[in-house]
Design a protein around this ligand. Sequence first.
Ligand code: NDP
Length: 278
Amino acid sequence: MTDRYCVFGNPIGHSKSPVIHAAFARQTGEDISYAATLAPLEGFRESVMEFVAAGGRGANVTLPFKEEAYRLVDEVSARAALAGAVNTLIVTRNGIRGDNTDGVGIMRDITENLGCPVSGRRVLLLGAGGAARGVIGPLLDAEPQVLAVATRTKEKAVSLGRSFGALGPILGASYPELAGESFDIVINATSASIDGELPPLPDGIYRPGSLAYELMYGHLDTPFLDHARQHGAEFAVDGWGMLVEQAAESFFLWRGVRPDCSDLLEKVGDGAVCSITA
Ligand code: NDP
């Protein structure tokens, strides 16, 4: 019997996760299917329960349900508990286990695939949603000189600083407070690009040789990446590598087999996309 997996999100039509997991299944010989499932904004829990009742073995969760997924599961991994957000559901005999592979995904992409060290660097993370919460712990583990987290509402930034403060040097800031600061790595974990918007960044935030990393994938011309190129970032990269790496970690959690990502890091579906643009 083919084991069923899926990704829940809203919207979900753009998701490349089915393509990635189909490639992993071919490569490893695992007998799985993986679909994209649109969950109603007010019906995420019902969608998950229906999937599990029909024999589903596991799922990914994407925007905007990661924090709701955290509240829904029966048990969580330590990294998901730290993030307060779940992107991977694993159906076990005891119920649904929640994990978060976003942090592993972005760290493997930035440090291994792109060869950009985080240790000792000044890092700026934009946004405070599910994806941002998933990457803060692993970023702090890598011992940056400082991790600044900027959000539109100061209270959210301060509260994030409090939640993660024991792990390392994290500063919560509003966007205007970034004026005069500069960074080696700027990560856009907001959903602004989906709406064609740019987070309200002041000028001068990119240091020489800096990396601008857009979590949204498949587009190298987002307002954030365009702004980064125009304002001194040396490298402007989308989140395709992170998506592939977080998917590989989810696949490993479900199947106990770690796929090789190298082929996929060069492709989105049939067309070549992504990678570093100077
Ligand atoms: P959420 O909806 O949980 O959070 C979105 C965040 O974006 C919030 O902090 C929100 O701020 C902020 N935001 C929205 N619009 C703007 C704007 N115009 N200016 C500034 N901030 C804004 O989304 P996720 O965290 O789940 O996802 C964020 C992005 O990351 C998406 O594009 C998603 O596709 C991508 N992603 C990519 C992954 C990958 O593997 N490549 C993995 C996970 C996510 P506020 O709270 O103030 O409303």
